[in-house]
Ligand binder design. Structure first.
Ligand SMILES: Cc1ncc(COP(=O)(O)O)c(C=O)c1O
Length: 464
């Protein structure tokens, strides 16, 4: 009923640019239904979801147990919000979260999004330590509210909103020497870090980096904030990605799939001593709050999500199917290392880094161009071809193979491979076959394009 006018309304009232680039270019759809690993359009077309709401649909769409838990809370007329009262759903979810989280985390603050959980973490770190400095990593993504944006060390997102928070330093991700040097100043309340930088293009740190970062933080009385908003809740084949390194962060942020793909909810978990230091008096206990944080429906969804993750073999499946996917993508990389730069990530948070067509075309032109026209044309061509391969992949995966994908926003040459955790082996194989076919097509097209450009450049040379 809503579908026919959705695209026009979206373009008019929400975001005309997004509507134009994704709708007209055909790499997204008006989805009207989601079930398990699939999204459906109004015409009944079925699409395997390889985006999973950027990590918010780990359980698949409309997981029946989460939907039933929310329906049950509604049936029993649980009060949606009753501020300053004790909410049984919030209390139970906090306990369940602490049960599954790394040792040392004993207190929870509920909010409504990933960025809000990061805000809560940054504020707690400053209030508990009395230090103002915050350390983050270059390329990081921690959200877009002003505080979270200040540690989202990406100039594209930051520049239009400057000045941001003061006393923020960004060090290269994975660089322990730079980290040690920064921490030695002892001016930082905390280091905030993603176990895998997802938005930056699924970047994994060198082995041992996180453990050593934790050691250096402890040595300099700096808190470690693990941002598990995207990596958490089974995505990497573990409940939390930081388990792999045996990390015991002082603060952890969560959101996305905590709402089971149905409700918005975020959480900040921390050590009891930090909470006491920051908020543990009658004058301070309400310094950081959120009207909607810890609402009954969101917490009911969160509680059931944790039960599902415990009782259904989703996390194990993420590890197994992640391995199957990675092995298939590595075979493709071996065949096509001239077109695919790298396969990165863990579990079902993988990225296929496509090499730009551009440099080799530009090189071709330069070698063959005697007219000087190349110098004039190449920058325009560069722009045109910048992300052409990932756009082609997204479009054709959707239209010819019924697979919905997206790229990493800060690194659009990286195709995200991020299906729900319950993906089946035959669905993994369908994706591998599709992506292999299209990468081979792309390589052929790229070769033809080279030929065409070389011919044009030689033609120009001859006619000179
Ligand atoms: C690691 C990380 N932190 C924080 C956020 C912000 O979450 P939200 O979009 O819910 O504010 C994201 C979102 O992608 C994220 O990936």
């Amino acid at each position: 009923m809503l579908a026919p006018r959705a695209a026009a309304r979206f373009g008019r009232y929400l975001n005309p640019v997004l509507s134009a680039i994704s709708g007209n270019s055909g790499f997204t759809k008006v989805f009207v239904r989601g079930e398990g690993n699939y999204l459906f359009d109004a015409e009944g077309g079925r699409y395997l979801d390889f985006v999973s709401g950027f990590g918010s649909v780990n359980l698949g769409h409309n997981h029946p147990r989460v939907a039933a838990a929310v329906a049950e809370a509604l049936r029993t007329k649980a009060p949606g919000f009753a501020q300053s009262a004790i909410n049984p759903y919030a209390a139970a979810l906090a306990e369940s979260l602490i049960d599954v989280s790394p040792p040392g985390l004993e207190m929870v603050f509920f909010c409504n999004s990933g960025a809000e959980s990061v805000e809560a973490a940054l504020k707690l770190a400053r209030a508990a330590t009395g230090r103002s400095g915050l350390l983050c990593c270059q390329g990081a993504f921690h959200g877009k509210t002003l505080g979270a944006l200040s540690v989202t060390a990406n100039p594209t997102y930051q520049r239009p909103f400057e000045p941001l928070l003061p006393d923020i330093t960004a060090v290269p991700y994975g660089d322990l020497v730079a980290l040690e040097e920064a921490l030695a100043t002892r001016q930082f309340a905390a280091l905030i870090v993603e176990p895998i930088q997802a938005e930056a293009g699924i970047i994994t740190p060198p082995p041992g980096y996180l453990r050593e970062a934790q050691r250096l933080c402890r040595q300099t009385d700096t808190l470690l904030i693990a941002d598990e908003v995207q990596t958490g809740l089974g995505r990497t084949g573990l409940i939390f990605a930081c388990e792999r390194d045996g990390l015991e962060p002082d603060i952890m942020t969560l959101a996305k799939s905590l709402g089971g793909g149905l409700m918005p909810i975020g959480a900040m978990l921390c050590r009891r001593s930090l909470w006491r230091e920051a908020y543990g008096t009658v004058h301070r206990f309400a310094l950081h709050t959120s009207t909607f944080g810890g609402g009954s429906l969101a917490c009911a969804a969160g509680l059931e999500t944790l039960r599902v993750l415990k009782e259904e073999p989703l996390v194990r499946n993420a590890a197994e199917q992640g391995e199957r996917m990675r092995a298939g993508l590595m075979l493709l990389w071996q065949e096509m290392f001239d077109s695919i730069g790298e396969v990165r990530g863990e579990g079902l948070l993988l990225g296929l880094d496509l090499l730009p067509i551009r440099p080799s075309i530009a090189a071709h032109w330069k070698r063959n161009d005697a007219t000087g026209l190349g110098e004039y044309m190449v920058p325009g061509l560069d722009k045109l071809l910048e992300n052409i391969q990932s756009v082609y992949l997204m479009q054709t995966l959707l239209s010819s193979f019924g697979i919905y994908t997206q790229v990493a926003r800060s690194n659009p040459n990286v195709l995200r491979v991020q299906p729900p955790l319950g993906i089946e082996p035959q669905e993994v194989d369908h994706f591998l076959l599709a992506v292999g076919t299209l990468c081979r097509e792309l390589r052929k097209m790229s070769a033809e394009m080279h030929g065409m450009i070389t011919k044009t450049a030689i033609g120009m040379h001859d006619s000179k």
